[in-house]
Design a protein around this ligand. Structure first.
Ligand code: CP
Length: 291
């Protein structure tokens, strides 16, 4: 059976720690591994992506492999071929399949029938690759992860869920501050409040994400902006966190909405390191799954 990464919780705590160590090594020496030499990674993007696509493509090349980026219209899947048949055929040609999709069920079905590892490149419920990079970034900032407190402020979405689930493996406590209707109600891994100031008290990192995600329709956008207006990550909120707290954002950002430009480009953020760390963390993941 291949090893998949659909939620991030397929990793043990020890594997996660080793993966982050390896990611740091690969960051220091990006061309030191040939784990994917002459192998192909199929990267299917049903949705747009800047960070995930570029970091995966560049990362596969740095590992000696060939990234095959596929849009839905490139595949017979868009003309009714089954997910099962697609999984079987792709598995005969490539070493690993990455998928960004608007359907958790499609991802699970692909993984159920693939005979090579499947990596979730973002689904409605989870974004585990993002959180591997986030944990690497936290480790760089604080040296260790165990006992850190992270406050996520804003829409309780897939990133918040993955932060709770994968963060728990590393001993990172996650609290989510969101208004009623936007809270992460189905996660046992996070503490939930509607008070952003309470959530950030003592936090080593304050994290936010867009208020209107790719899966949200434009009709609900203005309603979401009103509901989430009190959950903006600004300097005042960051001042309420621990004295050396850092600001994080998985990007893309909308300065003036969920985060101010002062924080996004300021001296307390590690957001651009987070974006870079996608590549290093995913390379370590690919080594683990394919190597
Ligand atoms: N954070 C993230 O996944 O960015 P992209 O949507 O640009 O890949």
């Amino acid at each position: 059976m291949p090893r998949h990464l659909l939620t991030g919780t397929e990793l043990s705590a020890a594997e996660l720690a080793t993966l982050l160590d390896r990611a740091a090594e690969l960051k220091a020496a990006p061309l030191s591994s040939s784990a994917l030499e002459r192998r192909t990674a199929a990267l299917i993007f049903e949705r747009p992506s800047t960070r995930t696509r570029t970091s995966m493509e560049a990362g596969v090349v740095e590992l000696g492999g060939h990234p095959m980026v596929l849009r839905p219209e490139d595949l017979q899947l868009s003309r009714g071929e089954s997910v099962r048949d697609t999984a079987i055929v792709l598995s005969r040609h490539v070493a690993v399949i990455g998928l960004r999709t608007g359907s958790d069920e499609l991802l699970e079905e692909l993984a159920a029938h693939a005979t090579v590892p499947v990596v979730n490149l973002l689904s409605p419920s989870h974004h585990p690759c993002q959180v591997l990079a986030d944990l690497l970034t936290l480790r760089e900032a604080f040296g260790a992860l165990e006992g850190l407190k992270l406050a996520y402020v804003g829409d309780g979405n897939n990133v918040a869920r993955s932060l709770g689930a994968v963060g728990a493996l590393a001993g990172v406590q996650v609290s989510v501050a969101a208004p009623a209707g936007y809270q992460l109600e189905d996660s046992a891994d996070v503490s939930v409040t509607d008070d952003p100031v309470a959530a950030v008290a003592g936090a080593h990192a304050v994290y936010t994400d867009v208020w209107v995600s790719m899966s949200d329709d434009e009709a609900s956008a203005s309603e979401r902006r009103v509901a989430l207006a009190a959950y903006r990550l600004d300097d005042e909120l960051l001042d309420r966190a621990a004295p050396d707290a850092i600001a994080l954002h998985c990007l893309p950002a909308h300065p003036g909405e969920e985060i101010t430009a002062e924080v996004l480009y300021g001296c307390r953020q590690r957001i651009w390191d987070q974006a870079e760390n996608r590549r290093h963390a995913q390379k370590a993941l690919l080594e683990l799954l394919v190597g």
